[in-house]
Design a protein around this ligand. Structure first.
Ligand SMILES: Nc1ncnc2c1ncn2[C@@H]1O[C@H](COP(=O)(O)OP(=O)(O)OP(=O)(O)O)[C@@H](O)[C@H]1O
Ligand SMILES: [Mg+2]
Length: 426
């Protein structure tokens, strides 16, 4: 969690540094593009504060002065910033009202859809993510699929398009917060409250899966909770790179990317990712909600990913002892490293979650995930019976053997007597 925390502080530092909007964006971009480090930008911000009001300096000037960036690099970034600003204010049919937030891949704006006079959210992707033609193809294909979906717990996709070389995704505007906001403030969810939220997400994902769409990026930042406490799953249908390993690697280099919830098969770069990857990510999210911590913590994204692949999961009820064994079993079943050992689909998961919510045991988890234990148990019982049988058998053998000795003894005694009689008769 350490590096994510540092990034949050870093974001706050930039926002609170009293710099112009342009300098703030530039500060983020030079680090995002790996032209310099957070530390170097931090140095410039400190230096900026020491400059007299008569001789003010911009972050851009200081970065250049210290040779942290070159004029060509700044020129290129300036163009990028201008282009993205121009394009976002020029999306036909939409009037941009302000910025809602930004993530590792995009900026999200609040906008007015002029024709219907309604508020929407518009996500604009920078050019660097949409250079590859297969990405653009998937962006449209999945965007169309997402627009076909209609579910109360999925942020409704409205439109996709391209303007001035930038790609945008128009969606329902959600007034509320993200689950990440709650978790980053240290909230630990009560078991039942968590199950109620996860049930809404399981229903949303079940609907998406039935239409052939896998989310691939279920995480607290993509889970919104509106002011009526209704959960809305965001970024459904937003195409990621074809190989999740590529995306994961990309995220490694990003201050904001978090592989805390990613399924092992996505880390391994499997191409046939199915709904079970979403089950794992949803399980990791539920784990975080009820324990207050992510399933695997480490000082770098690659270490976190290694743990997803190798480290056994700490049962959630060992961390938060107020949890029932039932919810712990469900989470362990959702987060099995081998997807063949997970719930097969959202329906199975919903059955068990409802059971736990009603105070009953999660039967599927017990049946499915305890198969191994049952097998061992059965093996143990078989062994015991065998041992018992063996003992019975050997006693029998001993008995028979004893009889045999008696008969043999009796026979030889009779033989001895017969010999004696014969000798006497002679
Ligand atoms: N439909 C929406 N309605 C209202 N606000 C939204 C909507 N979609 C996104 N946002 C806001 O915009 C922010 C940025 O979203 P974006 O998807 O770009 O990044 P993210 O999911 O937060 O992080 P990451 O880039 O790591 O995936 C969100 O955190 C959220 O606050
Ligand atoms: Mg998002």
């Amino acid at each position: 969690m350490l590096w994510a925390l540092a990034s949050e502080q870093w974001r706050t530092l930039l926002a609170d540094s009293g710099m112009t909007n342009y300098d703030t964006i530039l500060g983020r971009m030079v680090v995002d593009q790996r032209l310099c480090t957070e530390e170097e930008v931090r140095k410039c911000i400190e230096e900026k504060k020491t400059r007299s009001p008569e001789n003010p300096s911009t972050l851009e000037q200081l970065l250049l002065e210290k040779n942290f960036v070159t004029t060509t690099q700044v020129g290129r970034l300036k163009n990028l910033i201008r282009e993205s600003k121009d394009a976002s204010t020029q999306i036909p049919g939409y009037k941009i009202l302000g910025k809602l937030g930004s993530g590792a891949m995009a900026v999200v704006y609040k906008a007015k859809q002029v024709s219907l006079d309604r508020t929407v959210a518009v996500k604009v992707l920078p050019k660097k993510f949409v250079q590859k033609s297969d990405y653009v193809e998937r962006f449209y294909k999945e965007g169309r699929l997402a627009a076909r979906m209609n579910h109360n717990n999925i942020v409704q996709a409205i439109d996709v398009g391209e303007v001035g070389g930038l790609y945008y995704f128009v969606m329902e505007y959600v007034e509320g917060k993200t689950l990440y906001d709650d978790l980053s403030q240290g909230k630990i969810f009560d078991e039942n409250e968590a199950i109620d939220l996860i049930l809404q997400l399981a229903s949303a994902l079940g609907h998406a899966h039935s239409l052939g769409l896998i989310h691939r990026d279920v995480k607290p930042k993509n889970i919104m909770i509106n002011n009526d406490n209704v959960v809305k799953l965001a970024d459904m249908g937003l195409a990621r790179e074809t190989s999740d390993m590529k995306a994961a690697r990309h995220e490694q280099g990003k201050a904001f990317g978090t592989p805390y919830y990613i399924a092992p098969e996505q880390i391994r770069g499997l191409v046939d990712i199915d709904g079970r990857a979403d089950i794992y990510a949803l399980g990791a999210t539920l784990f975080h909600m009820v324990t207050g911590r992510v399933p695997y913590e480490a000082s770098s994204p690659s270490e976190v990913m290694k743990k997803h692949l190798k480290e056994p999961l700490t049962p959630p009820d060992h961390i938060n002892t107020a949890l029932t064994a039932g919810i712990s079993e469900v989470i362990e079943g959702m987060m099995a490293k081998d997807r063949d050992n997970r719930y097969r689909n959202m329906d199975e998961l919903v059955t068990d979650l409802r059971a736990v919510r009603e105070g009953r045991p999660p039967l599927l988890a017990r049946q499915k995930f305890n198969v191994e234990a049952l097998e061992q148990l059965e093996e143990g019982m078989a062994l015991e019976t065998m041992v018992g049988e063996e003992r019975m058998y050997s006693e029998e053998v001993v008995g028979k053997y004893r009889m045999f000795i008696i008969i043999l003894g009796a026979l030889s005694a009779m033989l001895g007597l017969a010999v004696l009689l014969l000798l006497m008769l002679k």
